[in-house]
Design a binder for this molecule. Structure first.
Ligand code: BGC
Length: 422
């Protein structure tokens, strides 16, 4: 069923809601909320728990609708089915273009009253507002800003092999070789399409720089998509494929992070939700692990922002919904959540002093990239292009990673697959 027909079913259902009303007094019992999300790893669950506890403290019952599966594809499928049967949750964790899709279908609530009262326009970074607002109406509240072009490294192994932070892809390969010689798996990887896509975000920036990434992945420019530079990005991916262990297929991302934490693997290329796993395991940045940007991408940030999108729901859920929206963007939640999640806050006015070195770097990198126009939406996580395009890219990237397809064939397939979606 398409997003359009599912949304029509929603609108025909008894659930067509009213505009969201402003939050009532915190101490007052305010019903319940049901929240769909895919935060099931140790770090993710710990971070979400901050919101759950905050809301329970305000007398709102929390009904958890967790749907496991990193990157959220499974959760998005379940959501479609729920909407089709006229049973929307109060809120769902959502990424980028998907928020706009549901807003286009008229399925999302109007948060403007809360947003105006709490001054969201002034404190939420503009690149996020483009996804969380629809036709001037706030429909989602961002919980944080993640980015995908990161490498996470086991510090003891890094020191043991005399590692230095690589500034280029060849330097990265040299570091990987050192890990290999030391008898550890150079790169921990989970073979799932969204994880391969996550790695590819970095490869595209590394091969061509931010302008190229923008042309290829945001403007979907055919010349860029079929260029030698795009071939070079696939060449990087081919090299990375040679660094992973034979059991990578289907492995969850957090299990790959655990391999780095335990010292079975030297590095993982993954979004900074991996930092949440290190934190959940009691590991400290700079002491137990090292973080750096995907080689050759320093200065660019490929971001994705988890937001809670709020559905039109019946009166019984509206007070809880308004409280939740306000809570998500409250300064204290933004900090507590990101400390556990590995993200940077989605407000530009909260202090960074409690963040560790990797967290501070994330916050500084985002600021710098925003200023120089290189804060770019992640293709892997729904912030560069609509879902259909993302799916087409994922098929080619995963097909490439899991076969001996040449880079020349991959770029042809990539352009053709994107063409079919338009
Ligand atoms: C989300 C993160 C999440 C990751 C792995 C990403 O799409 O933005 O919040 O931790 O998937 O599940």
């Amino acid at each position: 069923m398409t997003i359009r027909s599912t949304a029509r079913a929603l609108l025909l259902s008894a659930c067509a809601g009213l505009a969201l009303t402003a939050a009532s007094q915190p101490a007052r019992a305010a019903g319940s909320v049901e929240v769909v999300h895919w935060w099931t790893s140790g770090g993710e669950a710990a971070a979400l728990n901050v919101l759950k506890k905050k809301m329970e403290g305000q007398g709102v019952a929390w009904k958890d609708a967790a749907i496991a599966g990193g990157g959220g594809a499974q959760a998005r499928t379940v959501l479609q089915a729920r909407i089709a049967s006229g049973n929307p949750p109060t809120a769902m964790q959502m990424l980028g273009y998907v928020i706009q899709d549901w807003a286009n279908e008229g399925a999302l609530a109007n948060l403007n009253e809360v947003a105006k009262r709490d001054g969201w326009d002034k404190v939420v970074p503009v690149p996020l507002q483009r996804f969380d607002k629809h036709d001037g109406v706030w429909v989602a509240a961002p919980a944080g800003i993640h980015s995908t072009n990161w490498v996470w490294v086991n510090k003891a192994l890094f020191d043991k092999v005399g590692g230095a932070v690589p500034n280029s892809f060849p330097e990265f390969l040299a570091l990987a070789q050192k890990f290999k010689e030391a008898g550890v798996i150079p790169l921990a990887h989970g073979g799932q399409p969204w994880q391969e896509m996550t790695v590819f975000d970095g490869a595209v920036v590394s091969a061509g720089g931010p302008e190229f990434y923008k042309k290829a992945f945001i403007d979907l420019d055919k010349a860029a998509l079929t260029s030698d530079t795009m071939k070079a990005a696939f060449d990087q991916l081919r090299k990375l494929r040679g660094l992973v262990d034979p059991n990578f297929s289907g492995r969850d991302w957090n299990l790959a992070t655990a391999m780095v934490i335990r010292g079975e693997a030297g590095m993982q290329i993954m979004g900074d939700w991996a930092k949440g796993e290190f934190a959940a395991a009691g590991k400290e940045a700079g002491k137990d692990y090292v973080c750096f940007r995907y080689p050759g991408t320093q200065g660019t940030v490929t971001f994705n922002s988890d937001a809670f999108a709020f559905f039109k729901v019946g009166k019984d859920q509206q007070a809880g919904q308004a409280l939740m929206a306000a809570d998500v963007l409250s300064p204290d939640f933004q900090v507590e959540f990101s400390l556990l999640k590995g993200s940077a806050p989605a407000r530009n006015d909260v202090p960074s002093d409690r963040f560790d070195s990797c967290g501070k770097k994330a916050i500084a990198d985002i600021k710098e990239a925003d200023a120089r126009g290189s804060l770019l939406g992640s293709m892997a996580h729904g912030h560069a292009a609509p879902e259909a395009v993302k799916g087409a890219v994922a098929d080619v990237v995963t097909g490439f990673f899991n076969s001996d397809m040449s880079s020349a064939d991959a770029v042809k397939k990539l352009a053709a697959a994107i063409d079919l979606t338009r």
